[in-house]
Design a protein around this ligand. Structure first.
Ligand code: CIR
Length: 258
């Protein structure tokens, strides 16, 4: 890619309270904080390798899931949006986010009650945004976001959800019309015009990969997805995500990119 898609990222350091993060997989065990910190450091280095200037926010101990900064905002090329997380325990993570985004954006929109929306449910495909109607993002939040998108010349479309946490837990856009798709999204008519990379059932965690400029970042330890992405001629970087996976966190969740 000649023009970079993204030049900046915002991340938040994991808190020690991360061990109490929300999870649908208690059988994976609790995250190891020290290892999570090392994995986070490697994540920041990978973003820098992709060409991004990374702003690292301090940990917020009172919010176990606050390192998943993707959920509190959406950064589009023309405006930023402060979300209203659907998870009650995460709602106040947005404190201070508007001020933070104001350093980068002139226009900042927001989701208002009773709307809820989490950034993990938002998938940007050029000028079109797909929005997962998940347990975290309700119809009202989706409608408010679509109105904001339309005010700025974009379009948006709600997507009904399987019992998956966020839209991007189950599918991720890799640019070049390539979509990673978990089996749960395979037959979706709204995605029929993409070239699909079908995620193998034993590698469902890799439906969340991250395309940044010339690279695709892939969770380490999943050879089938890695090979399928390489077969597209895309350059890859691998990162160990073991501690974040334990609390349902993927690669995209750990940053805002713009
Ligand atoms: C949560 O349940 O909110 C966190 N444990 C995981 C958030 C993952 N975020 C994302 O997919 N964007």
């Amino acid at each position: 890619m000649s023009e970079p898609m993204f030049t900046k990222a915002i991340v938040r350091k994991p808190a020690r309270s991360l061990v109490h993060g929300i999870t649908t997989h208690p059988e994976f065990g609790k995250p190891d904080y020290e290892l999570a910190v090392r994995q986070h450091d490697a994540y920041v280095k990978a973003l820098e390798r992709c060409g991004l200037a990374v702003q690292v926010l301090p940990a917020l101990e009172e919010f176990p899931d606050s390192c998943f900064v993707e959920d509190v905002a959406v950064c589009t090329p023309r405006f930023a949006l402060v979300t209203r997380p659907g998870a009650e325990s995460r709602r106040d993570e947005i404190t201070g986010i508007r001020g933070l985004l104001a350093a980068h954006y002139q226009v900042i929109e927001e989701i208002k009650a009773p709307g809820t929306l989490e950034g993990g449910d938002v998938m940007m495909v050029g000028e079109k945004f797909y929005i997962g109607l998940s347990s975290r993002t309700n119809a009202e939040g989706c409608a408010q976001f679509i109105k904001a998108l339309e005010r700025h010349g974009f379009t948006g479309q709600g997507v009904r959800m399987p019992p998956t946490l966020h839209l991007k837990t189950g599918c991720s856009y890799m640019e070049e019309n390539v979509l990673l798709v978990d089996a749960a999204f395979a037959g979706y008519p709204e995605f029929k015009d993409f070239r699909h990379i079908a995620i193998a059932p034993e590698e469902t965690y890799t439906a969340n990969c991250l395309r940044i400029n010339d690279y695709v970042i892939v969770p380490a330890g999943y050879p089938r997805t890695l090979a399928a992405i390489k077969a597209q001629g895309m350059k890859t970087l691998e990162l160990d995500m073991s501690e974040y996976r334990k609390i349902d966190g993927g690669l995209s969740c750990l940053s805002l990119r713009f």
